[in-house]
Write a protein that binds this ligand. Structure first.
Ligand code: BGC
Length: 719
């Protein structure tokens, strides 16, 4: 039977009560899922489990591979690797009995302080779209539904449940919508709406964006799920095109926390900033049934919701029975795979490949026999991720000290230097989560040592190379107050740098941070949140076993240089409205336009090898080819980037350049390759509020190079 007939026949057999059970979440009897649909046993529709994402699988009480933060995956500029990571996450979801993964997150990095930047991919829509599509493709290749989130303009955590992104149509179309469009084009099975409002309307009620754009214009035929407790109203949401309410039931203890009788409107209680009202649930239960009875919601809408859910269940083999969870480590398409060696390897690959070498005066790679001082307040802990719904608990992890000790042939000493940086977590902010329930399971002991700056300086003086590990601490539901590193870490780096001119700094951050000492040290690496492979990946790059082939998916600059700085109206907003007045001039588009040199530009990252570029030539209407040669005596990985400069058009303010495509290539010493780049249509187009997508006639310049500020060859292209 054809898929549509199969789901159509099933739908025809369901009563209204049964249909309603498929559109509203319920409590998972096994307690592992983040969201649970009970299914309809009599009709042969099994339960359906949705699980977080996106840094690995966060099934309650279960361990799984802790992959690097999404921003690290993005920094690889390697869509095949993103695909492999997605497939691994899909297999792990299956092994843990889950059916849909709540990943990837593809919101554009607009605000450098955003607490969830680590879960996102890029400040550029073509880049975010390509990496996001790779992840979607991978997850779904393992027969697990991918859920692209959070649709749309969820670019800050401050007041995320109420703030309205006031954003013009051109900016939405050119910047914020394209990564979601790319996921839809990649066949994503599900889209999660954002908590926030857009131009005044809550996203779950946004008929134009959900109904007209996503489902209508883009032809999305999967299901749209609410963010948790983020469904605003039964009628508005159903008519806007929402298909599933999650989690559908109040969080245990939430009502009590809110002083039980919320119906009375207890004025003493306020949900903390960024935390949704966890009693706001059940709208797609009786209230939806009533709205259908009263004619406010057409009955066909309920059928459409169910058809979309059954459609995805059918597409991924959930309606033909027989899926079982695997034993640990077992590999089988049906049974999934958990914490296997190949998954550990993929996590390590992404962590190493996503590492960005900002600067290097020649101290790196380290000599095998160098005496190394491993310094930093958290060198005995892996940096798994940020706080919140993406927290993943691994079976196995490696700390920076362990990684370096197992690789080094010289002496290794350790010093903490300054007080430990504590992780922050959304779960600490939830009024109804007890301390025992905290998701990361790693209660930190902040009293376990007496750090001493003098010890760190002594260790630095005695070593050939001091390697200082610094980190920020970010979480879902909170933005950072500052881009400065927390605690006394800047002081620590400066003291170590003054003691030894070979100081190397390894930064672990969820997005841009300020590095005031960057010119005073010998080398700086950015490792994002490297996940369980932390120390191994750090050692592999530091000793040159792996080339640091990550490139920046986001501009690094002092906080005051970003377009959202110093303008409360833009960020965090005034009267619950954040005005996206900078328009499309976000990230490098802003820095180019304002003619400001960032600390490190978009696309930046050194290799241990050296690459030379020959002249680019056209290789088809949407393809350019450029010869790239590795002129070093070691192999290396280059990320070749193509940007497009549009012709000037009267009355239209366009970015100077926009990323059109990229390609990562591994080149052996002395190897030369012609690298082909596909140019994305988006880089040539602009969205005109009256006439829609427009490609201005004229000569465009394709710029090809190593970063947005390091162009090596250009080519005119007429359109
Ligand atoms: C987050 C989502 C997540 C969901 C379920 C929400 O707080 O915004 O990204 O998937 O919770 O945990």
């Amino acid at each position: 039977m054809a898929d549509d007939d199969h789901t159509g026949a099933l739908l025809a057999r369901l009563s209204r009560t049964q249909k309603l059970a498929l559109v509203r979440g319920a409590t998972d009897p096994e307690g592992t899922a983040t969201g649970y649909l009970p299914g309809v046993e009599e009709a042969g529709i099994p339960p359906f489990r949705l699980v977080d994402g996106p840094l690995g699988i966060r099934a309650e009480g279960q361990r799984a591979t802790a992959f690097p933060a999404s921003i690290a995956t993005a920094a690889t500029f390697d869509t095949d690797l993103a695909q492999r990571q997605g497939a691994a996450m899909g297999r792990e979801a299956t092994a843990l009995g889950q059916d849909a993964l709540l990943a990837p997150g593809v919101n554009i990095i607009r605000v450098p302080q955003c607490g969830r930047n680590f879960e996102y991919l890029s400040e550029d829509p073509v880049h975010a779209g390509a990496v996001g599509a790779g992840l979607v493709d991978g997850i779904q290749s393992a027969d697990v539904v991918a859920t692209v989130k959070h649709f749309v303009a969820n670019n800050q955590e401050t007041h995320r449940t109420t703030v309205s992104a006031e954003v013009d149509e051109r900016t939405l179309r050119e910047l914020y919508l394209p990564p979601f469009r790319a996921a839809v084009d990649a066949g994503v099975g599900s889209v999660m709406t954002a908590y926030n409002r857009v131009n005044g309307t809550h996203m779950s009620d946004h008929e134009r964006l959900v109904g007209d754009v996503l489902k209508g214009e883009w032809g999305f035929d999967g299901y749209v799920v609410s963010d948790w407790y983020g469904l605003e109203s039964p009628v508005g949401a159903a008519n806007a095109g929402m298909d599933v309410e999650m989690p559908g039931v109040a969080a245990p203890g939430a009502a009590e926390a809110a002083d039980s009788d919320t119906a009375d409107g207890d004025e003493g209680f306020e949900w903390p900033n960024g935390i949704p009202d966890a009693t706001h649930a059940g709208l797609f239960g009786d209230p939806l049934a009533d709205a259908i009875d009263s004619g406010e919601v057409p009955a066909e809408r309920l059928d459409d919701m169910v058809r979309r859910i059954l459609g995805q269940m059918n597409r991924f083999g959930r309606l033909d029975g027989g899926r079982t969870a695997a034993e640990d480590g077992e590999s089988d398409d049906q049974a999934g795979e958990l914490d296997s060696q190949r998954h550990r390897d993929i996590a390590a690959d992404v962590a190493a490949r996503g590492t960005v070498l900002f600067d290097n005066d020649g101290v790196l790679p380290l000599a095998d026999g160098a005496d190394v001082a491993v310094i930093g307040p958290n060198v005995d802990e892996p940096k798994l991720g940020g706080g919140g719904s993406s927290e993943t608990t691994p079976v196995h992890s490696v700390t920076p000290v362990e990684g370096i000790e197992s690789r080094a042939e010289g002496a290794v000493t350790t010093a903490f230097g300054v007080s430990q940086i504590e992780s922050v977590s959304l779960f600490d902010l939830l009024p109804f989560v007890g301390e025992d329930d905290e998701a990361d399971g790693s209660a930190e002991d902040t009293t376990r040592r007496e750090p001493s700056l003098d010890d760190a300086v002594d260790a630095a003086e005695a070593a050939d190379v001091p390697v200082v590990f610094v980190r920020d601490a970010t979480t879902e539901a909170r933005d950072r107050d500052t881009l400065a590193l927390p605690g006394r870490q800047d002081e620590l780096v400066s003291a170590v740098a003054a003691a030894n001119e070979n100081t190397v700094v390894v930064v672990r951050s969820g997005g841009p941070v300020e590095l005031p000492w960057h010119e005073d040290v010998a080398a700086v690496l950015e490792q994002w949140y490297p996940g369980q492979a932390d120390g191994d990946a750090a050692a592999a790059v530091l000793y040159g076993d792996r080339d640091p082939s990550g490139r920046l998916p986001v501009t690094f600059a002092p906080e005051t240089a970003y377009p959202t700085a110093g303008a409360e109206r833009r960020y965090p907003g005034v009267d619950d409205e954040a005005h996206y007045d900078e328009g499309v001039f976000v990230g490098y588009r802003h820095f180019d336009d304002a003619d400001v040199d960032p600390t490190y530009p978009f696309g930046h990252g050194h290799s241990y090898a050296t690459f030379e570029y020959g002249p680019a030539e056209t290789a088809g209407e949407w393809t350019v080819a450029v010869p790239v040669e590795n002129v070093a005596d070691r192999s290396g990985r280059e990320v070749v980037q193509a940007y497009v400069r549009p012709p000037s058009v009267d009355g239209v303010d366009r970015p100077q350049r926009e990323l059109a495509g990229f390609e990562a290539v591994q080149l052996a010493a002395g190897e030369r390759q012609s690298v082909k780049l596909t140019l994305d249509d988006l880089a040539f187009s602009r969205y005109d509020p009256d006439s829609g997508w427009t490609v201005d006639t004229g000569t465009y310049t394709v710029e090809i190079g190593r970063s947005s500020r390091d162009i090596r060859t250009t080519l005119p292209v007429d359109r």
